[in-house]
Design a protein around this ligand. Structure first.
Ligand SMILES: Cc1cc2nc3c(=O)[nH]c(=O)nc-3n(C[C@H](O)[C@H](O)[C@H](O)COP(=O)(O)OP(=O)(O)OC[C@H]3O[C@@H](n4cnc5c(N)ncnc54)[C@H](O)[C@@H]3O)c2cc1C
Length: 462
């Protein structure tokens, strides 16, 4: 631990417009927390920025004081990368402005905004940004890793819709990154995570989706899980990009449309979003409804903002989480068998096996066009292990690791934002070799001393 002299903190405060929080402050306890309750860390100082100059001051201060830096966007990262013991958290959580340019259908978003902030503002004009599915996730971390959600099959990943970004680099400079200005930096931040600097604002293209989407959940009986998943693995791949159908194997939450006796029982939940006329969406979803018996369903034209926050309660802050993931080449018979083998031994009621379907617009972008490399695999297999009691850590983590290992033969790469702390070699799995080599070169250029290292780290080679 490198001690920060009190006089230096006082000096820093003089030019800082946000709030500087230290261990003796009342709001320290709250300010140090992140989404994943596994990470109970005690930073020396939290620099809660309100503007770009605060971010620059914080980077310069941390560098000059030889302090470890954690950058906090939404604080949602399951690997707990937004906090640290001792060092400095550069906290963007008060930088959440969202300004829509209705004429050009773009939106400028501050680096600490949450997805819900963006949805609420863009939806005033029937617009949306292609991003994730839980409204309290941060735009910052999500976008820098790639970003996908319900409308990505049609509109691409968040990085595919990024027009430009303002980046504070390790030497405290403010750079524009877009196709014309610092295009190499622009390439790197579209998948390379927070390795290259702190993004104080993003500009995205918006999609014109209207204010309501035909969406819903169909809850299938677990006794037919094998048949259903086998059908699903083929059927969803035949659907147009406007339709996204995902799958969640878990114990049923207390959804109001399910009979109470089903709550807590194993089920296969099939959520979907259709971007188009309801009648057409109903036709496409009918084979899923007909394939096997359901416990219940809920569907209709739903306000986008409501749909986007509909799952928030299932993943609220504070629980203990250990997530493992990979992209899946083929959801074949053997892979399904492994999924069901581990589904039979879920270590807690809140764990879920979450299988988004990705292919569509993202897979039509070349693998090295951005730093988000693994665009071909059709499915993602996310093992969301979630529990409450510390005494269950070992049991839950072992289950996740064993499950993950058993499905490795079907995997091709991993999405960097779903990595836990899995070591340097595993970070490389998020990239192809040529993308990784280019990222290392750019790290050498933009952050040669690895100031930004609390992330899925790309180490400089010099
Ligand atoms: C419940 C839940 C649901 C999720 N759903 C989705 C989903 O639907 N789609 C999807 O793609 N991903 C999803 N994710 C993964 C998500 O993309 C990552 O957790 C991401 O890291 C969250 O970003 P954040 O800003 O909230 O995280 P933080 O923990 O604040 O940051 C994560 C990393 O990004 C860096 N960072 C954050 N903001 C900035 C910034 N402005 N500039 C530079 N570096 C920054 C941090 O330093 C850290 O290394 C989900 C995660 C959770 C926990």
């Amino acid at each position: 631990m490198t001690y920060i002299p009190l006089e230096s903190i006082d000096e820093f405060k003089k030019t800082f417009r946000g709030t500087v929080i230290t261990r003796s402050d009342d709001d320290y306890e709250n300010a140090r927390k992140v989404w994943n309750g596994m990470f109970d860390k005690y930073p020396s100082l939290i620099a809660r920025c309100i503007c770009t100059s605060d971010v620059i001051q914080s980077v310069n201060f941390a560098r000059n004081q030889s302090q470890l830096i954690a950058v906090r966007g939404g604080g949602h990262n399951s690997a707990g990368k937004a906090t640290c013991d001792d060092g400095i958290i550069i906290d963007l959580s008060l930088m959440r402005r969202v300004n829509v340019d209705v004429k050009n259908k773009t939106v400028r978003v501050d680096g600490g905004a949450l997805l819900g902030d963006v949805d609420r503002e863009t939806q005033l004009h029937g617009l949306a940004v292609s991003a994730g599915i839980v409204s309290h996730t941060g735009v910052g971390g999500l976008t820098l890793g790639g970003g996908f959600g319900w409308i990505s099959r049609k509109y691409g990943l968040s990085v595919d819709n990024l027009v430009s970004a303002e980046v504070v680099t390790a030497d405290g400079k403010l750079l524009q990154a877009n196709v014309n200005e610092n295009p190499d930096l622009f390439w790197a931040i579209r998948g390379g995570g927070g390795n290259f600097g702190i993004v104080t604002s993003f500009v995205f293209n918006c999609a014109d989706i209207g204010t309501h989407v035909f969406s819903g959940l169909i809850v299938k009986k677990y006794e037919n899980a094998k048949q259903y998943i086998t059908f699903h693995s083929e059927y969803v791949r035949s659907l147009p990009d406007e339709m996204s159908v995902w799958m969640v194997v878990r114990k049923a939450p207390p959804l109001p449309f399910l009979p109470p006796e089903i709550h807590g029982q194993m089920v296969v939940i099939v959520p979907f979003v259709w971007l188009g006329e309801q009648s057409k969406g109903e036709k496409l979803i009918k084979p899923i409804r007909d394939q096997s018996e359901s416990h219940g369903e809920f569907m209709g034209m739903t306000p986008w903002v409501d749909w986007q926050s509909g799952f928030d309660g299932l993943v609220e802050h504070g629980a203990r989480n250990y997530w493992k993931s990979h992209q899946i080449k083929e959801l074949n018979d053997k892979c399904i068998d492994q999924i069901l083998r581990f589904a039979d031994t879920l270590p807690s009621d809140e764990c879920e096996i979450f299988i988004p379907h990705m292919e569509g617009a993202p897979s039509r972008v070349k693998g090295d066009a951005t730093a988000f490399a693994h665009r071909d695999p059709p499915f993602v297999l996310n093992i969301h292990t979630r529990w409450r009691d510390q005494s269950d850590d070992e049991r839950c983590i072992s289950w996740a690791k064993d499950f993950h290992l058993s499905t490795e033969p079907f995997a091709q790469g991993v999405y960097v934002n779903f990595l836990s702390d899995e070591g340097d070699a595993r970070v490389k799995d998020a990239y192809t070799e040529n993308v990784w080599n280019r990222l290392v070169q750019l790290k050498n250029m933009y952050d040669p001393h690895n100031l930004f290292r609390l992330n899925q780290n790309i180490k400089p080679s010099i």
